[in-house]
Design a protein around this ligand. Structure first.
Ligand SMILES: C[S@@+](CC[C@H](N)C(=O)[O-])C[C@H]1O[C@@H](n2cnc3c(N)ncnc32)[C@H](O)[C@@H]1O
Length: 402
């Protein structure tokens, strides 16, 4: 029998088996469990619960039949309020431990606690659709996902009509409940288009990188701004929290600022910033995303944003303008050292760092503190009931240089 002491950064319970730290999903602090060790590494074990001896009175059960199996939402056994508390404590502890900064970090909640995701990706194995069980290639067949928007769940009921044998399928939905479907498969795929189009607002179906039906992009709307998004372009998954994120960024922009929007995706943050700012430069590595960004600047009546296609680390030094504010919104890996050094060399007065990974954020904040003070860090609950948390950090250049 083992006592679960607390949750780790991935939402798993922590206990000690012969003094070795052991991670146990689907447990809560205060619970007592019998375990089965499923992985023994040098410094830790991974285990699953064989039997609950004592359950926490805070445990919530029965919300999703796939909870604990599909590995999608690690915190669905907690109340929403408790998940926000967990995220606040996790963020504060990571930032304190790895960036050496003590901050009281507010977590901004999601208006939709469930059915918030505008994009999901399902695996297809022998014409069965589902998620892989955590860390395995074992398919958990699903017929709905509590995190996905209603338009996506309605489509999943008819997903067999896509007639995919093996591969994966990404389903995106927009503000207007339209769907953009992206299939990756080596096989021939022959969807029953008439049936699917009769029942769902399908804008397009893309097979690998070619249109099978209709368009390869659709339009999203956030805070009354419209954005074209291609099948392979990034877009924030939670529309209501994305709206709050845009407002946080906008508040930090000065009139007459020149902005650098690094990892700009379809151009959203640069377009938000140039509501006030004088000019912006955006850099992004995905071709369709930068093409979307160019169109999005036009749709939103901006003629003062300049885009570059390519790797940020290889292109950032090509910008020769004086930069006031640098917005960075990198993938989970955070900023590489060349990019960090070049960012510092711009001597911008402000950096707005949007991150989806607190660990790489903390590492980068530690490096940037050589020249920048951390003014604020705010958490945004972009991914309710998962262990993930989005952040917006505002850094101001120190007045005395080292
Ligand atoms: C977290 S998203 C942010 C996108 C955008 N700021 C938004 O909010 O929609 C990260 C973006 O960085 C792009 N990306 C990833 N690695 C990159 C690199 N080395 N150079 C440039 N862009 C990169 C991805 O394609 C993706 O669009």
């Amino acid at each position: 029998m083992y006592n679960i002491e607390k949750l780790d950064n991935k939402g798993r319970g922590i206990c000690y088996v012969n003094n070795k730290i052991t991670f146990v999903p689907n447990t809560l602090p205060g619970e007592v469990v019998e375990l089965e060790i499923i992985k023994e590494a040098k410094k830790y074990n991974e285990a699953k619960v064989r039997k609950y001896i004592k359950k926490s009175e805070k445990r919530i059960e029965g919300l999703c039949p796939y909870f604990g199996i599909c590995g999608g939402c690690e915190l669905l056994h907690s109340s929403y309020k408790d998940t926000l508390k967990y995220k606040k404590e996790k963020l504060e502890s990571i930032i304190n431990k790895y960036a050496h900064v003590k901050k009281d970090i507010e977590i901004i909640s999601s208006d939709n606690e469930l059915n918030y995701r505008n994009k999901i990706t399902l695996k297809v194995v022998n014409s069965k659709y589902g998620y892989y069980e955590d860390n395995t290639h074992f398919l958990v067949q699903i017929d709905h996902c509590l995190l996905a928007e209603e338009a996506i769940n309605s489509f999943i009921k008819d997903i067999n009509y896509l007639n995919i044998k093996n591969g994966e399928v990404t389903i995106k939905s927009n503000y207007n409940k339209e769907l953009l479907i992206w299939i990756k498969s080596k096989d021939m795929v022959n969807p029953d288009i008439d049936y699917l189009k009769n029942r769902h607002k399908i804008v397009g179906i893309v097979l690998n990188d070619k249109s099978l039906v209709g368009d390869t992009l659709f339009v999203e709307m956030i805070n009354k701004m419209l954005f074209q998004v291609s099948y392979d372009s990034f877009f924030q998954v939670n529309r209501s929290v994305c709206s709050k994120l845009f407002k946080l960024v906008e508040e930090e922009i000065g009139v007459d600022d020149t902005i650098l929007d690094l990892y700009c995706g379809v151009g959203t943050l640069g377009i938000v910033a140039t509501k006030k700012a004088k000019k912006a430069y955006g850099i992004e590595i995905v071709k369709n995303a930068i093409l979307n960004a160019i169109t999005n600047a036009k749709i939103n009546k901006r003629d003062n944003i300049y885009y570059m296609l390519g790797d940020v680390s290889k292109n950032i030094a090509k910008i020769k303008d004086d930069i006031d504010t640098i917005i960075v919104d990198p993938p989970r890996a955070g900023l590489d050292s060349i990019t960090k050094q070049t960012i510092i060399s711009f001597k911008a007065k402000k950096i707005i760092y949007v991150s989806c990974d607190p660990m790489t954020l903390a590492r980068d904040l530690l490096d940037l503190q050589e020249v920048y003070d951390i003014k604020t860090i705010k958490g945004l609950d972009m991914f309710p009931y998962t262990h993930h948390v989005e952040t917006v950090s505002v850094l101001c250049r120190k007045t005395i240089e080292k």
